[in-house]
Every structure is written in C-alpha cells, then in structure tokens.
Design a protein around this ligand. Structure first.
Ligand SMILES: Cc1ncc(C[n+]2csc(CCOP(=O)(O)OP(=O)(O)O)c2C)c(N)n1
Length: 278
C-alpha cells in the first residue's frame, strides 16, 4: 500500500471501518454478529492493511505479499472492513454478510480472490497455520512476513502454546503475532476465566514480547508493529496490545453481552450516531 499514509489517515480509515462493522452486523439481522471482538481490533487491522503490510488488492496471490491471518476468526468484521476499504471487496458485497450464498460468512472462509488467506474460527488453529506459513516461507527463502491476530481468551487454547514453542524452535522471526488483549471473552472476563501472565508465558516459550498499553491508539500500535517488523532479535515476535472490547460504541464497550448478538434498529441508530459524532 501507499507508504506515505499518515497516522491521521489511518485513524480516518479506522473510523470508516468501525462504521462498516456496524453496517455489516446490522445487515445480518437476526443472525447477529461479533461486534465487540471486531471493534477492539480495528486499529491493529487498519495499521496492518494501510501501512505495515506489503499487499496489493489487484494481485491478491502475489508470492511476496505479507500474510494476514485472523486467528480470532469470529472477529471477521474488522477483517472484512479492511478488505472493503483497501479494495478487495465491494460495498455491495459487504452488505451480503452472513446472507445465504454469500462468501462473507460469520467466520472467514478461505477465498484468495478476495484476500482471505485461510478459514479460521476454531480458536488457536489460525495461529498454528500462521506458524506453518512462516516456516514454509523460510524453507522457500521467501522474504514476506506473516501477521497473526490472536485473542487473549484464545491464548487459553493448548494449540497456541504448541505452535508458539515450535515457532521459537524454528526461529520464525518472520512471524508477528498480535494479541488483542481486550480482557473480555465469550462468557466472562479473561482474568476470571484463566488469570495468567501472558507476557511471562510468551517470554518463557522464547518469543520477543512487546506490550502496547493503548492498543486502540493508532500511533502506539503502529510504532509497535514497525518495531517488530524491523526487529533483528531472530525470534518470533508478539505484541500484546491492551484494547477495549466494543471500542467506539458506548454500550458495547467492555461488555460481555456484546460479544455476539443481533443488533436491533434502536441500537443500530445509536451506534451510528455515536460513530458519526466521535
Ligand atoms: C476451539 C474453540 N472453542 C470455543 C470457541 C467459541 N468461542 C468463540 S469466541 C470465544 C471467546 C474468544 O475470546 P477472545 O480470544 O478473548 O477474543 P475476543 O472475543 O475477546 O476478541 C469462544 C470461546 C471457538 N470458536 N473455538
């Protein structure tokens, strides 16, 4: 993408992406959508797609593209919103989200034509696949990076640590994981379900760790991503980004009940009004 893009322009894209999340989720009607998990990850995904990653919507399968893997696949609306704004998906297609026959399903379904690298949604699996892709790139001596978005609740999955250990053993310094630490899972607060020291765990399995105190601040997350992209540590990298679940819509923020559900007309109108006046 255009490397002259500024923090302010990414913030503007992030605002548009938040609106797309609400539009797509509302279009899904009674089928509902994962609003909170998508809204917490907007600045991370926007920074990747608008600045950090080398990719081209006109050539979605080019070998040298950086890969984006959304392991927390239930948050697909932030991914789809980025694909709309970068030109992989049209606005008309966007409104088919979760519709019968649509390729925009409730969890990403591999579709290289539209920039969807893998099917994901079974927590942990995407991260393991990202590790395999990074290892394949090493074997083939390809220079691209693999960026993988993981949830903090998702870090409770055993497969995460199996793949993380392998990443360190294989010296996958082309792999950059970003943990969207919003503190809320499907049925409770992450600390109430499994209170673990994520920083210590990632370090223990041999990864380079960076904490971002405010992961919904574009300048902060962008700085961390650029730092890890250029790191010479020789280790795989993880950014643990503190975010707010449901960020940007007051009644969705930090809320367990907005993990996933349908959006009614009244709530839709309030969400749109808040985003328009932000
Ligand atoms: C293997 C597996 N178990 C359970 C689920 C159901 N599930 C979907 S989202 C979710 C919570 C994920 O929490 P977190 O990783 O913190 O992501 P967030 O929603 O906060 O972004 C769960 C348990 C799943 N998708 N896959």
């Amino acid at each position: 993408m255009d490397k002259k893009i500024t923090i302010e322009s990414i913030e503007r894209e992030a605002a548009v992406m938040r609106r797309h999340v609400i539009e797509m989720g509302y279009a899904a009607g009674g089928r509902g959508a994962h609003f909170g998990p998508a809204l917490s990850s907007i600045e991370i995904v926007a920074s990747l797609f608008f600045k950090v990653m080398n990719h081209n919507p006109l050539e979605p399968t080019m070998t040298e593209r950086d890969r984006f893997i959304q392991s927390k696949g239930h948050a697909c609306l932030s991914y789809y919103a980025a694909l709309v704004e970068t030109g992989y998906i049209t606005k008309d297609q966007m409104y088919t989200f979760k519709g019968d026959g649509s390729f925009l399903s409730g969890h990403p379904s591999r579709n290289m034509r539209y920039g969807i690298e893998i099917s994901s949604g079974s927590l942990g699996n995407g991260f393991a696949i990202a590790g395999g892709m990074a290892k394949a790139a090493k074997i083939k001596k390809e220079k691209h990076k693999v960026y993988c978005l993981v949830g903090d609740g998702e870090c409770n999955e055993g497969i995460i640590w199996e793949a993380a250990m392998n990443g360190a053993k294989s010296k996958l310094d082309n792999l950059i994981a970003i943990v969207d630490r919003n503190g809320v899972q499907l049925a409770g607060k992450t600390k109430d379900i499994m209170d673990v020291d994520l920083e210590a765990l990632w370090k223990a399995v041999g990864w380079e760790v960076l904490i971002v105190k405010e992961g919904n601040d574009t300048a902060s997350i962008l700085k961390a991503l650029e730092k890890m992209k250029n790191s010479q540590s020789g280790k795989p990298h993880v950014i643990i980004a503190n975010t707010t679940k449901g960020k940007g819509v007051s009644f969705m923020e930090d809320s367990i009940s907005w993990h996933a559900r349908p959006l009614n007309k009244e709530d839709y109108e309030q969400a749109v009004s808040e985003l328009e006046n932000a």
